[in-house]
Design a protein around this ligand. Structure first.
Ligand code: SF4
Ligand code: SF4
Length: 149
């Protein structure tokens, strides 16, 4: 992730503007514990940081361009680019590739919504206290008392 393409010089359209050279992404463990979820929340509290899930694998992404991007989004160190750049396969291309089933979270709210969808019920320090209060009120069964004359 975040690597230049193998055949960039020959096959990458200018319109793409080297999407794959404009971020760094690295695999992370899928969250299981409160501490794991808290760490993901912390990632997402930062600007230009995303967390995404692809093929059941979790990644954190830092949206930041490579220093070696030159004019017209060309790599200025192409013959000497890092090994990892040369390993970027065309099927992983962000421009042409399909992102079916990919889940992207860009903000803490995205994470909260994801946890809700997945039924992850944990009491976190960053829970919205108003939401809790609402839940408490709405979970009380309402009974109607009949008026006795
Ligand atoms: S070194 Fe070159 S190919 Fe690799 S990410 Fe930077 S600009 Fe892209
Ligand atoms: S995202 Fe795809 S098209 Fe764009 S530079 Fe990278 S490999 Fe080429």
């Amino acid at each position: 992730m975040g690597k230049g393409p193998k055949k960039k010089a020959e096959s990458c359209p200018e319109a793409c503007q080297a999407l794959c050279c404009r971020y760094v992404a690295t695999k992370i463990d899928a969250p299981r514990t409160k501490i794991d979820w808290d760490e993901i929340y912390w990632f997402l509290c930062h600007e230009n940081v995303e967390v995404f899930i692809e093929a059941r694998k979790w990644y954190v992404l830092f949206d930041t361009p490579c220093r070696n991007l030159g004019a017209k989004s060309r790599c200025v160190v192409y013959p000497r680019r890092p090994y990892v750049c040369g390993e970027h396969e065309e099927e992983n291309c962000e421009y042409w590739g399909e992102e079916e089933g990919k889940v992207t979270m860009r903000t803490p709210e995205d994470l909260k919504a994801y946890m809700k969808r997945r039924g992850v019920r944990l009491r976190m320090a960053w829970d919205d206290p108003h939401e809790k209060a609402e839940k408490k009120t709405s979970s009380k069964p309402r009974t109607r008392r009949s008026k006795k004359g």
